[in-house]
Ligand binder design. Structure first.
Ligand code: AMP
Ligand code: MG
Length: 478
């Protein structure tokens, strides 16, 4: 089954999109394509024609459009929209799943503001690699079907090769899409968007008594689970503006994101996040703040009495915290081999994280070490406070069921050996800029199997040297 685009999004009122074609580019050329995802989508290599992937030739059914949305960027409201992206349409997979196919870097749109509508090769490859890593870590995420170079220069601080990323998402409906809808001052328009979202992502609740309260509850729960998952693998999204929070609960918009190495709850990598609004440990509270903006847009649909609507919204929003805490507790428990987390286990989790922080120990590596027989060899485990912790940990572990070795085997399946560490990502991108994709593919292969270390990938496990880590900064990638 080749491309069979549908465009249900275009059923929404016209305010929500702007139909247009991608800009022409001189020499579109694929530099990487994702065979696994291609299959999921029911496509073959023949379908990945450059002319289609750069948006110049319409595949059957495609009616490309830029989405209108708004958002709170660092807490300030702004009207936004796809300034350098176009949705080609929705591809329905052989299993009946619906995916948006979106081009990022496809030229100017009415929403481009001062931007050039373009993207550079480095950031698009970075999104490709990290979104794939998230997917294989088991964390809901948009994915990447291909990256193309355009043959045209992109002017940033330096001149860079231009590129287009072909992104695949369950949808691109964001909190910011609802904020946009709410500001159209027409209850029918916010209702149209909410009904469309229910139909597309939450069909099981669309007939419930107050489906809009239920929508808020379900979105809050998905976000709670998602952000817990980020914390469990040391992921910092970096730019959790409301326009970058997807309603369906996928990680979206890989700009200044990064994985932490040594454990530091206040880690911030983004060059523009001066006050740490989007730091590692702030992510749950920012998530809730964003959901409160979402809730505000739904109030008129929840109840004609504003006070009553607020009460219902607050209750639904509490689903976020409950889900986040539950997922975080049980996830952290599993990382330490506990199948159930009560107070004793929770204390051990907290003590362990404190020790990681005090010793600036590597987050991913230390959890992985705990899952392997030889963990006592590393320096961290020789500290007397860590020895004490270990004794208490083993004692609690020994109280339930299987042997220590069996538990360690299980822990390996939840503590990744390989994550896309910043220094490795940089190395892969530098070589790719020179046209050498060997290391990029190697790293990609390793992150696609994060829980099972191939001995050939041993070097991809190690944390960076301090000088490689010091002052690491990420950029929004515009
Ligand atoms: P982001 O921080 O990537 O979520 O982008 C925020 C907004 O800026 C979105 O509306 C983007 O479409 C827009 N944007 C980012 N880069 C560019 C660019 N180079 N040209 C036009 N618009 C852009
Ligand atoms: Mg964005």
């Amino acid at each position: 089954m080749p491309w069979n685009f549908e465009s249900t999004y275009l059923q929404l009122p016209e305010n929500f999109y702007h139909k247009q074609m991608a800009s022409a580019v001189p020499t579109p050329q694929k530099v990487i394509t994702n065979e696994f995802l291609m299959e999921t989508l029911g496509l073959t290599p023949n379908d990945l024609e450059e002319s289609v992937l750069c948006g110049r030739k319409k595949a059957p059914g495609s009616e490309p459009f830029a989405q209108a949305y708004a958002g709170h960027q660092y807490a300030h409201f702004t009207f936004l929209g796809d300034g350098r992206a176009l949705v080609l349409g929705e591809q329905v997979s052989p299993t009946g799943e619906r995916f948006d196919i979106q081009l990022k870097g496809s030229g100017r749109t009415p929403f481009s503001r001062m931007g050039d509508g373009k993207a550079a090769l480095g950031p698009m490859l970075r999104e490709y690699l990290i979104s794939e890593a998230m997917h294989y870590l088991g964390i809901p995420s948009t994915r990447s079907l291909a990256v193309l170079t355009t043959g045209e220069p992109v002017f940033r601080e330096t001149v860079l090769p231009g590129a287009i990323l072909v992104r695949v998402a369950s949808s691109h409906i964001r909190v910011g899409t609802f904020e946009f809808a709410a500001r159209l001052n027409d209850i029918n328009k916010i209702k149209a968007l909410a009904d469309y979202t229910l139909e597309r992502h939450f069909p099981e609740i669309k007939d419930s008594t107050n489906c809009y309260v239920e929508l808020l509850r379900q979105v809050s729960k998905r976000q709670g689970r998602l952000i817990a998952n980020w914390l469990l693998v040391g992921f910092v999204h970096g730019v959790m503006n409301t326009d970058n929070m997807s309603i369906c609960g996928e990680t979206i918009d890989y700009g200044p994101c990064a994985f932490i190495n040594s454990y530091n709850p206040s880690a911030v990598f983004s060059s523009i996040d001066r006050y740490g609004r989007y730091s590692f440990s702030n992510q749950p509270s920012v998530g809730l703040w964003n959901l409160a903006r979402f809730a505000e847009t739904l109030l008129p649909l929840m109840d004609s009495d504003l006070e009553k609507a607020k009460g219902k919204a607050e209750k639904a929003l509490s689903g976020f915290t409950a889900e986040f805490q539950g997922a975080w507790r049980s996830g952290m428990g599993l990382k330490l081999g506990f199948s159930d987390v009560k107070d004793v286990e929770l204390k051990l989790i907290e003590r362990f994280l404190k020790l990681l922080e005090e010793h600036r120990a590597d987050f991913t590596g230390t959890f992985r070490d705990l899952s392997t027989p030889a963990f006592n060899d590393s320096e961290f485990f020789k500290n007397s406070t860590v020895v004490d912790w270990q004794r208490d940990w083993r004692e609690v572990l020994s109280k339930n069921g299987a042997s220590f070795e069996k538990k360690q085997m299980f822990m390996k399946s939840v503590n990744p050996a390989v994550i896309p560490r910043n220094h490795l990502v940089e190395k892969a991108l530098e070589a790719a800029h020179q046209g050498d994709f060997y290391f990029f593919h190697r790293l990609l292969e390793a992150v696609r199997n994060p829980y099972q270390l191939d001995p050939e990938h041993q070097d991809l496990m190690a944390p960076p040297f301090p000088e490689q880590e010091e002052g690491y900064r990420t950029f929004c990638g515009t």
